[in-house]
Design a protein around this ligand. Structure first.
Ligand SMILES: [Fe+2]
Length: 266
């Protein structure tokens, strides 16, 4: 199964810019690249911070930019989003009985879980009892299948000073719940931090962040106020199959220097 992960698109209303970039132009270029090079993708997942201020005009713009995508789409909320405006713009995206943007998808290689860590008024994430209750049921429903988790806020220790106080505030409860799933958690995929990060939690669960589509941080682990940078639109290509889980970085607009020769081994 091939999944395109896009994260932190931070769209603003048409005509506005953000950190000197045009997030819509970045996303259009990224989507065009993904559609051209990964037309065989089964699913597109956008792991939150869809829009920068939760404006209805920005969600309408997102809908328009995603229109060429031919595979299924799951959209997750980040701290910059607004749940009411999102639900108004995307009534086709599944929600729980409590109104949270959470859903699951069963595949031949396990159950995918899409979680909602957005909480109005918080920069960090929340995972309340209603969301936990839904997760317990979703894990039970997975039976003997492993799960792969998609969420905006990292529920793990990331070690980045800028995000010290704005991680997932209920991370221990979420990780305890996930660690209790006997068939295992293949991977936790998140956004939020705007830098590439991969690791393993104390529970032995692998995790990694997507590459932010638009603006991203120059990696500065101990810097509380790091600097933004731009560059080409970036996303990830995730493959989940009998060999496990793999995530590849992808970038639109890369310059070709010279083609390498094929390696026949040994
Ligand atoms: Fe973000």
């Amino acid at each position: 199964m091939k999944i395109i992960q896009i994260t932190d698109t931070h769209l603003v209303p048409p005509g506005e810019s953000l950190h000197t970039l045009d997030p819509a132009e970045m996303l259009r270029r990224g989507i065009a690249h993904a559609c051209e090079h990964h037309a065989d993708a089964d699913l597109l997942v956008v792991t939150g911070d869809l829009c920068n201020d939760g404006d209805p005009e920005a969600y309408a713009l997102l809908r328009e930019i995603l229109a060429p995508v031919r595979c299924g789409i799951r959209l997750l909320l980040g701290n910059h989003d607004a749940r009411p405006a999102f639900r108004e713009a995307f009534p086709d995206q599944p929600v729980t009985a409590s109104g949270h943007v959470q859903s699951h998808l069963d595949t031949p290689h396990g159950r995918l879980l899409f979680l909602d860590s957005h909480e109005h008024g918080f920069i960090g994430g929340r995972f309340c009892e209603a969301r936990l209750g839904w997760l317990r049921e979703a894990l039970a429903g997975a039976g003997d299948q492993p799960v792969t988790v998609f969420i905006h806020h990292p529920p793990v220790h990331h070690g980045l000073a800028h995000f010290e106080h704005i991680g997932l505030h209920d991370a221990p409860a979420l990780m305890d719940c996930l660690a209790s799933h006997g068939p295992g958690v293949r991977h936790i995929v998140f956004g939020h931090i705007h830098v590439p990060l991969s690791g393993t939690s104390p529970e032995g669960i692998a995790f990694s962040s997507g590459q932010a589509m638009s603006h991203r941080f120059i990696t500065a682990i101990d810097e509380p106020a790091p600097c933004w940078t731009g560059g080409n639109p970036t996303y990830r290509v995730i493959q989940i199959d009998a060999n496990g889980f793999r995530a590849y970085g992808a970038e639109a607009g890369q310059e070709v220097l010279v083609r390498a020769e094929a390696c026949a081994g040994p």
